[in-house]
Design a protein around this ligand. Structure first.
Ligand code: TXA
Ligand code: MG
Length: 332
């Protein structure tokens, strides 16, 4: 692993210029979006995109999302059918990624799509991300800025904790507002497939389209290559749906009935607050568990509606049995 001195850049004109210069030179700079921090690189530069996979220790079959300033820029890289147009016009900028046919002449590195004929595109709704993408002008490939399989970062400090010395810089835009990755949708053959629950609740999408979306069970597996089961994993084991504090573990609460919880995602049961807190609280509890030699994090039940679907999806993956190879890579 190449060793960098990872710079901390500020959200000011000098920080923006340095970020864009590093991107133009093929460098890796982590930057904030409204969902989570992304590890960004020039999506048209093969070496830069390869460096993302290397820095994250990410299995190379997992394709990346490209980030652009607006719909017009997105149309240089992907083909928008009517459904895609409606969704982009309604929800961009915002926490929605669209998986669309890639335009062969767009110049994207083949590594971005990891061999697929589609590319995932989004326009982030974060003032600093917008300034950076506008200044850069093209497409930035960016997975979440964490080592593959680890908890996603919602602050610049989280990025540093995972990727220090592996990347050129991180630019600090404060804590992410949404706190969960984007919802991923793929319009195809007259259907709209929901590939990943995320920061944009499903009912907003179906309301905009006037019809339901197809979800995982109806969606052929190869359409959603990134759905590795063990993901977002803290070092401690995660137990779901726990209504009381375990004897030998930490308890992450949700709602009013969680007296004695070590942390509470939202004491008044607000799913938006819970989503924004989720990854930050998992980072904190995992650090506490490591410091106190505790092996379990129990999580209170979370309603499976709206953003709760995405929160439970992330927690279920955190709770899933680990892929030992992934863990060897992470702990190297
Ligand atoms: O909110 C987000 O989406 C964040 C921020 C940084 O934008 N990014 C993010 O990226 O979560 P990442 O790489 O951690 O997750 C990307 C997901 C993966 O599950 C991947 O498989 C899926 O997007 N994906 C990317 N391109 C795809 C494609 N062509 N077809 C199907 N799935 C795709
Ligand atoms: Mg990720």
């Amino acid at each position: 692993m190449a060793q960098f001195k990872t710079k901390s850049l500020r959200n000011d004109p000098a920080g923006i210029v340095q970020t864009v210069e590093l991107w133009r030179a093929g460098g890796l700079v982590a930057f904030p979006t409204e969902t989570v921090y992304g590890l960004g690189a020039d999506a048209c530069n093969d070496a830069a995109v390869a460096a993302i996979f290397h820095a994250k220790s990410r299995p190379a079959f997992n394709p990346l999302i490209i980030h652009v300033a607006d719909l017009e820029t997105a149309q240089r890289y992907a083909v928008f059918d009517d459904t895609a147009q409606v969704l982009a016009q309604t929800f961009w900028p915002g926490p929605l990624s669209l998986v669309l046919p890639v335009l062969p002449d767009g110049g994207l590195s083949k590594l971005v799509s990891a061999g697929l004929e589609t590319v995932a595109v989004r326009v982030p709704d974060h003032p600093l991300a917008q300034k950076l993408l506008r200044e850069f002008g093209g497409a930035i490939a960016a997975p979440s800025a964490n080592i593959s399989g680890a908890i996603s970062p919602t602050t610049a400090a989280h990025v540093r904790a995972g990727l220090d010395r592996r990347i050129n810089a991180v630019i600090d835009g404060g804590a992410c507002r949404v706190g969960l990755e984007s919802t991923i949708v793929m319009p195809k053959d007259g259907q709209t497939h929901l590939l990943r629950f995320g920061g944009l609740p499903e009912n907003h999408l179906s309301d905009a389209l006037g019809r339901k979306l197809s979800t995982a069970s109806e969606t052929p597996q190869p359409l959603s290559p990134g759905r590795m089961k063990s993901h977002y994993a803290p070092n401690a084991a995660v137990l779901m749906n726990q209504t009381s504090r375990p004897d030998q573990g930490l308890w992450l609460g949700f709602g009013a009935d969680c007296d004695g919880a070590d942390m509470n995602l939202s004491p008044d049961g607000n799913l938006i607050t819970a989503a924004a807190n989720l990854f930050a609280f998992l980072h904190q509890l995992d650090a506490l568990a490591t410091a106190q030699n505790i092996s379990t994090i129990a999580v209170a039940p979370i309603p499976n509606t709206g953003l709760g679907r995405a929160i439970n999806d992330r927690l279920n993956r955190a709770a899933a049995a680990r892929d030992p190879q992934l863990f060897r890579m992470r702990n190297k």
